[in-house]
Design a protein. Structure first.
Length: 290
């Protein structure tokens, strides 16, 4: 039985440059030699996410090639003896799996540290606007690779619980909520969110929302359709995802009904209509924007 593993890593621009290589040659070589799928998030923010997917072996081959490549660049820049420079990888892991990784009273993470010699740190806070945490692994490549193997073994044994909101660098929920304010009026009359819903959104986002202070608001009509938004066809494709996987994830996580209109003759856009409670509409808009 072949298990597909997906590993997400957070990298700085400089590390990304090193992994992509001149004209993309390095990442192409890593893809070919590891046979893992490797994608790097778009965007101009200083941090980007590298996603590695494939059989567990393919993923470990890719991780070890990335670790050695980073080491080579670090050694080169420090002029140190090649091959003995500690490298740091930052894995992005759903918070619901971090408990198993830490173990009872920290027993599991201690065991991983002791058996591999790598340093492993699980961040106390969630990454912004997500339900994921950063797990930082440092050491020389050989120890890091052993450590990542053990972390992956734990993750495969304990699948994430509930919905995971993946971390997107450089995306702030506050700005999205403020731009998606069809659900509620922000001018301080009252928000259409019950305090419980506000708390839920805050937990999901790790953010204090600007309208939380508006207190107990008269409830709004529960079904408030957002005005249909039009999106260009190439974007509709990414929102629907392969075999509809992305759109069903957005529907499931937000609890909103999302209808994608048919393409009208001669138009390069399609309408999206979102209905549901204000909080689910906002969450759906946030996930679509993300």
């Amino acid at each position: 039985l072949s298990i597909t593993l997906t590993l997400r890593m957070l990298m700085h621009g400089k590390e990304i440059g090193s992994i992509i290589g001149k004209k993309g040659e390095t990442v192409k070589r890593i893809r070919e030699q590891s046979s893992a799928r490797i994608t790097i998030s778009e965007g101009s923010c200083p941090e980007r996410i590298t996603t590695i997917t494939g059989s567990t072996d393919a993923v470990f081959r890719a991780v070890s090639m990335i670790a050695f490549k980073l080491e080579e660049d670090l050694a080169g820049s420090d002029g140190a003896a090649a091959g003995r420079v500690p490298v740091t990888l930052r894995l992005v892991i759903p918070a619901s799996q971090c408990g198993s990784l830490i173990g009872k009273a920290g027993a599991k993470i201690r065991e991983i540290r002791e058996s591999t010699g790598a340093q492993v740190q699980v961040a106390g806070d969630l990454l912004p606007n997500s339900t994921e945490r950063a797990v930082t692994v440092s050491g020389v490549p050989d120890t890091i690779i052993q450590c990542v193997r053990q972390i992956c073994a734990v993750i495969l044994e304990s699948p994430p619980k509930g919905a995971t909101i993946p971390y997107h660098p450089g995306l702030s929920l506050g700005t999205i909520l403020l731009s998606a304010n069809q659900g509620f009026s922000m001018q301080g009359q009252y928000s259409g969110l019950s305090p419980a819903e506000v708390t839920k959104l805050q937990q999901l986002s790790g953010h204090t929302l600007p309208f939380a202070s508006l207190g107990h608001a008269p409830p709004m009509v529960p079904v408030a359709p957002s005005s249909p938004q039009s999106l260009p066809l190439q974007l509709i494709g990414c929102i629907i995802g392969r075999h509809g996987s992305k759109i069903s994830e957005i529907r499931q996580m937000s609890g909103a009904h999302i209808k994608i209109g048919n393409q009208t003759e001669g138009s390069s856009e399609r309408h999206i209509t979102i209905t549901g409670s204000p909080v689910s509409i906002t969450l759906a808009q946030y996930l679509i924007t993300a």
